[in-house]
Design a protein around this ligand. Structure first.
Ligand SMILES: [Zn+2]
Length: 409
């Protein structure tokens, strides 16, 4: 059923449309250009700009010649007027970034959480990390507008918490937002790590971002975030993009779900390292390896492949070929222009995987027949999910969204 809207919401939506255009313009826009681009009346644009100037979100930055010779004042985002914190809770490390209004990273920190067992203690550690990051940056606390969190899925359907994420023991059902809101006194927003990554990519790429793309996220597991028609898609319960149990269409090891050949299993760092040990490329681990050690061993395997080990290359080629099948399915279902790859385990394997997947998809008629499908590295190589989480906060403030018009949240 279609819902109505009211004037206040429409006004707020128009304000974010103007602000978003100014942000994306880079060089700045004049009021006349804003009228032309938005279709809003001169009076409405003038009122919105006055409000943005009063709130310090934009600044007047010089003049350019207008068509009739009268110079026009340019408006630009005041990037240092507001800041947002982005936090990525990974099973092995907490990454924090402080973003300015343009999305640029003003400060960052990383805290290993090997010894942190339960959610309460983790929320405390995150709150302390957020405080320390703001202090370190020298940014006035009043300019920080909120905290965005990226956490491994699955998400609670209410959007406030996580539900039994793999590899985080004792996290059966945890309301992260509530805990962190209480501890920091700031508004808190939560997203799944792969969705946060897609969000970050959309925000940072600005005008050059395609309208329809998927972000394939390789961490301790495999997930994806989706951007359709220029907006981040979340699905019915904030759990869109669970591609780990997509079949690679060829025989493979039996997954935890009971089926053979799931692509999530065959891209897992622990699986790849296990195969490398079986093949005698890596030494067996002395004890039960932790996540940091597994990531380090994946980098060793990738280095062997780069240095010419045929056995190491075969293991990674097999995994990348299987991933290409899943990528083809996602692209076909959604008519995507681009697939972006990133996440904690991606940098180790990116060169080889991209080459193998591009080759595998080059002659596939299912994709690329009507328009090309690009496979690319994330523009946010480092801290992609943390930056995406911070962008979630900026987005709440800055970006126009059709759902912001609804009376029912
Ligand atoms: Zn499975």
């Amino acid at each position: 059923m279609h819902k109505g809207s009211n004037l206040e919401r429409v006004g707020r939506y128009n304000l974010t449309v103007v602000l978003d255009l100014i942000r994306r313009s880079g060089e700045g826009l004049s009021r006349v250009q804003l009228v032309e681009s938005t279709g809003l009346s001169t009076q409405t644009v003038s009122n919105i700009v006055r409000r943005l100037l009063e709130e310090g979100l934009v600044a007047e930055t010089g003049k350019v010649a207008g068509k009739m010779g009268k110079p026009r004042t340019l408006l630009r985002i005041d990037a240092l007027s507001r800041f947002a914190v982005g936090v990525h809770l990974d099973p092995s490390v907490i990454s924090c970034v402080l973003l300015d209004l343009s999305g640029a990273v003003a400060a960052r920190s990383h805290i290993p959480i090997r010894s942190v067992a339960g959610p309460d203690q983790t929320v405390r550690v995150i709150a302390e990390a957020v405080d320390a990051l703001i202090d370190k940056s020298g940014v006035e606390r009043g300019r920080v507008i909120g905290v965005g969190m990226a956490a491994p899925g699955p998400m609670d359907a209410s959007g406030g918490g996580v539900v039994g994420p793999p590899l985080l023991t004792g996290w059966e059902r945890v309301d992260l937002c509530e805990g962190l809101r209480g501890a920091t006194g700031l508004p808190v927003f939560l997203d799944k790590d792969s969705t946060a990554a897609a969000h970050g990519e959309l925000w940072i790429s600005g005008e050059s971002a395609p309208h329809d793309f998927a972000f394939v996220y390789l961490g301790t597991g495999l997930g994806s975030g989706l951007v359709i028609n220029g907006e981040v898609v979340r699905g019915s319960s904030n759990n869109v993009g669970e591609i780990g149990h997509f079949s690679a269409g060829i025989d493979g090891p039996v997954c935890s779900c009971g089926r053979p050949g799931c692509v999530g299993l065959t891209t897992m760092p622990s699986y790849l390292v296990g195969r490398a040990v079986e093949a005698g490329i890596l030494e067996p681990s002395a004890g039960e390896p932790d996540l940091q050690e597994t990531m380090a061993r994946l980098r060793l395997l990738a280095a062997e492949a780069r240095e010419g080990s045929a056995a190491a290359r075969a293991i990674l080629r097999d995994s990348a070929t299987r991933l290409a099948r899943a990528v083809e399915d996602i692209a076909s279902l959604l008519d995507l222009e681009r697939i972006v790859f990133g996440g904690p385990s991606w940098p180790a394997v990116s060169g080889l995987y991209l080459a193998v997947m591009r080759e595998a998809l080059a002659d596939r008629k299912a994709v690329g027949a009507i328009h090309p499908l690009e496979l690319v590295d994330s523009a946010l190589a480092e801290d992609v999910a943390a930056v995406g989480a911070g962008c979630l906060v900026l987005n709440e403030l800055l970006s126009p969204r059709a759902d912001g018009l609804l009376l029912v949240p």
